[in-house]
Design a binder for this molecule. Structure first.
Ligand SMILES: [Mg+2]
Length: 237
């Protein structure tokens, strides 16, 4: 549900990519890990997935504490290693090869799908004269993502952390997006699934922000939507 009151209509709406616009496919889930690791001789236990998710979260948190909000090129590999370890692990060489194989899949657009609510939302924003952009903590090429998913008519601004060396929630990455959009912070809104990176990061820059909570996990004093279908109304459109 959209909390009231709605935000004023922005000039620029920036979207996070992973788990906001793009859904990582099953290759990055328990069965995907099991299958990839099996090719390298490991027998992982997919039933330990909850433990693997906790391990991935912990590794991301530890790296962030150590590195700060810089672009973290090694994050995917560290996550894959943590997940494989939590699912049972095995011989170090096989674990390393499996983790490398997971990372190789992460850069392939065909392993992701566009959530159903993305295009209708982008069409609605564009029709209302709101510029759309992407801001992502990623090593992937956002231009390629935009082309692969047919978003070229909609997405006018894109910033990847790999490109500038700094990641959300650092103010610099939001600043680059605002500059590219030619919009002041107060006329922009950030929409994403990460409380810290997307929402708090954008709010700290003077932007508005909407938390996308697809799974209904949060109960926070933040403007929250369960689907991008709720975004136009949340932006007074
Ligand atoms: Mg995300």
């Amino acid at each position: 549900m959209v909390a009231t009151p709605a935000l004023p209509k922005p000039e620029l709406a920036l979207f996070d990519v992973d788990y906001t616009v793009l859904e990582p496919g099953p290759v990055f889930g328990p069965e995907g890990y099991r299958a990839i690791a099996a090719r390298h001789g490991l027998t992982l236990d997919p039933s330990r997935w909850a433990e693997a998710e906790r391990a991935a979260y912990a590794v991301v948190k530890a790296r962030r504490a150590e590195l700060g909000a810089v672009h973290d090129e090694g994050a995917y590999l560290a996550i894959a290693l943590a997940v494989i370890g939590a699912l049972g692990g095995g011989a170090p060489d096989a674990v390393a090869a499996s983790a490398d194989a997971v990372v190789a899949e992460w850069v392939r657009a065909e392993n992701f799908t566009l959530y159903d609510d993305v295009l209708p939302c982008f069409v609605r924003l564009r029709a209302a004269g709101v510029k759309v952009g992407l801001v992502s903590n990623t090593s992937r090429d956002l231009g390629e993502i935009v082309a692969s998913f047919g978003l070229g008519d909609h997405v006018k601004v894109a910033v990847a952390s790999a490109e500038i060396g700094l990641a959300k929630p650092s103010p610099e990455i939001f600043g680059v997006a605002l500059e590219r959009g030619g919009v002041a912070a107060g006329a922009a809104v950030m929409i994403g699934d990460s409380v810290e990176d997307d929402v708090k990061g954008a709010l700290a820059c003077g932007m508005n922000a909407i938390l996308l909570d697809r799974a209904g996990r949060y109960d926070l004093p933040l403007l929250t939507v369960r689907s991008l279908a709720e975004v136009p109304a949340a932006l007074s459109l």
